[in-house]
Ligand binder design. Sequence first.
Ligand code: SF4
Ligand code: SF4
Length: 270
Amino acid sequence: MSENIMVLCQPDEQKSCGACCGLYNYVDSSRESLTLRLRARTRRFRNMVKNPEDIKCYAEATLAGEDCTKRYEVIYCCEYLGFLDAGEKKVGCLLHPMQNSGWDLRAGSFYGQETCAGHLCPSHHYIPANQAQILLKIIEDWYLYGLCLTDIDLVVDYFRMIADRIGEELKPEVFKNEVLRNIAREYFDWKINWPFRSEETNRLGKYYFDGSQYMISYIDYEKFGREISPLDKIFMSLSSTFANAQEMAVAEELIMGNVRKFVATYRKYY
Ligand code: SF4
Ligand code: SF4
C-alpha cells in the first residue's frame, strides 16, 4: 500500500464502510433491513463469542437465522459484518482485534485474515484524495457513505463537472460551508432516492447479474433518438431507467441544475 493513500474504510467516529464484506449484496439491502441484520449479529456475537472457538457457533446461528438471498451470487456476504459501536454509526468486522481484546479472529472467515486485513478497494486508487476528503465532510451516515464511496464514477464525474466550471479543483475546506455541503449532499442522496432508479432488485449501480456473469446495464439512447448523454456514467451509477427521451431530459436537468446551483453558490463565497 502506498503511504500516500488515505484509508477510507473507517475514517472517523461518524461512519464507516463495509461494502467489500458484502454489505449491499442482499436482495433486500434497504437501510432498514441492513440495520436490523447488523444489530442482530452484533448482539449475537457479543452474547455468544467469549473464545475464538465460539465463532463457529455464532456463524451457524447467524446463517440459520438470516435471509441470505443475495443480489449477486458470486459476491460473498460475510456473516461477521456488524456494528462496531453502541450508537450503530460504524459498520465493520466483528472479528477484528480491536473488537476482541486484541485477538484477531479473522483467520476463521471466508476470505481469511490476510485478505481481510490487506484489502483496499479500487476507490482508494481512483478517487483523488481531495475528493475523498470532501466525501468525508458531506456524508455522515454509514449506509450512504459505503454506497457512494464505492461508486467511483458518481464521485469523480460530479466533482470534475464542478471543477471544470469553477476553474480549479475543489478544496475540502470549502465544505465547511453548510449551503455547499447541502447542495452536494442532495446529489449524493440520489444514490438512494433517484426518481429514475430501476426497480429491478437484482441490480446495484450499473451492474446487473444475468445468472452467470455481471453485465453492465447500458442505456439505449438510440431507442430515444438521442446521442449518448454526457451524464451517461452518472445515470448508470444511479441505476437509471427511462421510459422516454423526455424523462431523460428531466434527469439531465436535475443533475445539471444541482451542478449550476453549486457553482453559483460557490462563486458567492469564493
Ligand atoms: S469497499 Fe473499500 S472503503 Fe469500503 S471497506 Fe472495503 S476496502 Fe474499505
Ligand atoms: S471477516 Fe473479512 S469479510 Fe468478514 S466482515 Fe471481517 S473483514 Fe469483512
